[in-house]
Design a binder for this molecule. Structure first.
Ligand SMILES: N[C@@H](CCC(=O)N[C@@H](CS)C(=O)NCC(=O)O)C(=O)O
Length: 127
């Protein structure tokens, strides 16, 4: 069965990536100072994702729309990120946003809707 579903999944993934690419929202604009401040905060975040997962596309679009510089970590193909997601995050599910607080404590936020809401509440204001 995998021999049939794998190529179908791959083709669907490519279509999703293409549609995402041609319909990308315009990133929001901020002052240089505001963007620098936000870059400092997002330096402590990382998005564990799969390239072709529709839920990850949804979150990556939000990151793009909010003009956030958040490191992408491919949890499907990179064994380091795969292992870290499962052992530290608690489960093999993407997207997952790793958020490291100033005191060093770490939160692993799962669910695309929750991640998008978190980012929106934190970064949608432009100044
Ligand atoms: N409700 C979740 C669904 C996420 C989901 O189903 N992700 C899939 C990839 S598209 C996953 O992590 N699958 C794990 C696996 O392939 O084992 C969300 O909105 O984030």
């Amino acid at each position: 069965m995998g021999i049939i579903f794998k190529p179908i999944r791959w083709i669907l993934g490519q279509i999703i990536i293409f549609i995402d690419w041609i319909t990308r929202p315009k990133p929001m604009q901020r002052s240089v100072d505001a963007q620098t401040k936000i870059d400092q905060q997002t330096k402590k975040m990382a998005l564990y994702h799969f390239k072709m997962c529709p839920f990850c596309v949804k979150t990556r679009r939000q990151i793009h729309r909010l003009a956030l510089n958040i490191e992408d970590r491919d949890a499907r193909n990179d064994p380091q990120w795969n292992k870290e997601l499962v052992s530290d995050g608690g489960k093999y599910q993407v997207p997952c946003l790793k958020i490291t607080a100033d005191d060093g404590s770490v939160e692993w936020l799962y669910e695309s809707t929750e991640i998008n809401q978190f980012l929106d509440e934190k970064f949608a204001v432009s100044n």
